[in-house]
Design a protein. Structure first.
Length: 318
């Protein structure tokens, strides 16, 4: 595979000059670039953090789960940026054919690899969740669209009291450089539908950057195979009575390759998931509370049967 890796480096270097101007109105994702302008292929996670670097995260163990299919060219922009205090990085490889497995071993031998039959993003994530033994799980995309530098914001919101934290591209401070008008309209429609049916205050529903305490998994009973897993997780966390917080996140354009998302087929799966969750929600008691006892939000304060808690600045409690 040496020749393959050399070719990958050549492809990366050829498209990553030392200085490049970002398109107007679009952020740039910083990468590990050496003085010659080449992308650094040695992950700092290979040098494990010393105890002095982990003082504030001594108790909760954090695992980052990343589903990938043929993302060898994009992973060097993702893996080196994962904070050193993260205990484990678990890569779920959907039988990639571009040498992803070998490339990751060279990039960072501390990363755990799980090879799965390519059934979809949801199936890969649920397999990864089942293989974790930690306190906090962070979902991260391997195509370079989600920034690992935002992980502290997600973990911080969990430590502040949230059960589930979901990224939002539409909160102040967030944004996206990788969403067409058609997809933006579809996402908006799904958000409005979730507000109508579930009385939620979500601002984003189809975004895969999320984090949660592992203890919530048994209650969620996730069983989605495709991209609908994101909406399923968000809605089941809400109807199960968990404290859900949104944090602002920016979605970058993937550096290499094309997205595996198919707007119409995957959008149809999301719509069916929303309706299926709503029908189940109406027919059962959720988390020992009736549907009319779900959180109601008013003027930035979360009211819940006689008590309230103010939102953390820069986040939205849901």
């Amino acid at each position: 595979m040496a020749a393959t890796h050399d070719g990958d480096r050549a492809s990366i270097d050829a498209t990553l000059p030392a200085t490049s101007a970002a398109p107007s109105g679009e952020r740039q994702l910083a990468a590990n670039i050496d003085e010659s302008g080449h992308l650094e292929l040695t992950s700092p996670r290979a040098q494990r953090a010393s105890p002095g670097q982990r003082t504030w995260l001594e108790t909760p163990r954090v695992t980052v789960v990343i589903p990938v299919v043929n993302e060898a060219l994009n992973l060097p922009r993702v893996l080196p940026r994962i904070p050193l205090w993260v205990d484990r990085v678990l890569l779920i490889d959907g039988d990639s054919q571009d040498g992803t497995h070998e490339f990751v071993r060279e990039l960072d031998p501390t990363i755990d690899l799980l090879i799965e039959t390519p059934r979809g993003k949801g199936a890969a994530l649920t397999a990864g969740f089942a293989a974790t033994a930690c306190d906090i799980i962070v979902m991260l995309d391997g195509d370079g669209s989600t920034d690992p530098a935002e992980i502290p914001a997600f973990v911080g919101a969990l430590l502040a009291g949230a059960d589930v934290v979901k990224g939002s591209r539409f909160l102040e401070g967030g944004g996206t450089a990788d969403m067409s008008t058609f997809r933006r309209m579809g996402n908006w429609g799904f958000v409005m539908l979730s507000r109508l049916l579930f009385r939620s205050r979500y601002t984003d529903l189809c975004y895969g950057y999320m984090a949660f305490w592992s203890r919530v998994l048994p209650r969620l009973e996730l069983n989605g195979d495709g991209f609908e897993i994101e909406a399923m997780l968000s809605l089941r966390a809400l109807t199960a009575g968990f404290q859900v917080t949104e944090v602002a996140s920016y979605e970058f354009r993937r550096p290499f390759g094309k997205s595996h998302l198919r707007a119409i087929p995957d959008g149809w799966r999301v719509l069916k998931t929303i309706l299926r969750e709503w029908m189940g929600f109406r027919s059962r008691t959720v988390g020992n509370r009736r549907p009319d006892a779900l959180p109601v939000h008013k003027r930035g304060v979360l009211w819940r049967r006689g008590w309230c808690s103010l939102r953390t600045p820069g986040t939205m409690a849901l």
